[in-house]
Design a protein around this ligand. Structure first.
Ligand code: ZN
Length: 204
């Protein structure tokens, strides 16, 4: 399996709706294997196919909750039923969301506290998961990717402006940019990455 470069905000594949998967098989299995490897190396708790440049409705997740229960899986062609959005003031830490396609930035993002995710597994079996809390957030974030929506598109006006100027300051927001997990020093991907590498222009 291969760790693939992760597309950065501004790349068209991240801003268009992904196509439904129409064929199961080895090609799809390879894609999913690459997605899992890339997610682990990044590291992230979820990854959608458009993030590695593939405009297909597939996402993967792998996350351990506070009780040590591991949640992991793959969904194809998902639908998402959401409870009403959370209310009240967002917490700067507890609601802070990030995205491997907008590396190293975090903004509190309003989400629905619970969701029902339906779709198909990689084997073509029916999948139906009800999730709450952080897992519900992961599902909403990854499902959005398949609609061509980034979490920064969901921010309130003030934070969206902050995010846009942070993105512009990094020189992102244009097509064709990506970073390589394990090589570039984003998202704690490689603590020892050389400053001279592509991640070196990261202003942190
Ligand atoms: Zn993301």
């Amino acid at each position: 399996m291969t760790i693939r470069p992760i597309r950065i905000a501004g790349d068209p594949v991240l801003h268009h709706r992904a196509q439904p998967v129409s064929e199961l098989g080895p090609e799809l299995d390879d894609l999913i294997g690459d997605m899992v490897d890339t997610m682990r190396e990044a590291p992230g708790v979820g990854l959608a196919a458009p993030q590695i440049g593939v405009g297909l409705q597939v996402f993967v997740w792998e996350w351990e909750d506070a009780e040590g229960t591991r949640h992991e899986g793959t969904v194809l062609n998902p639908s998402l039923q959401k409870s009403p959005l959370s209310r009240g003031k967002l917490d700067e830490d507890d609601d802070a969301e990030g995205c491997l396609s907008v590396p190293d930035l975090r903004f509190p993002t309003r989400r629905s506290p619970s969701v029902r995710l339906r779709g198909l597994t990689a084997r073509g079996e029916k999948l139906d998961i009800t999730a709450e809390g952080w897992l519900a957030r992961i599902f909403q974030h990854e499902w959005d990717h398949l609609q061509g929506i980034l979490y920064i598109d969901r921010l309130g006006l003030r934070r969206r402006r902050q995010a846009r100027s942070a993105i512009a300051a990094q020189g992102w927001g244009t097509p064709g940019l990506s970073w390589q997990p394990g090589v570039d020093s984003y998202e704690g991907s490689d603590e020892n990455a050389e400053e001279t590498q592509a991640g070196g222009n990261n202003a942190r």
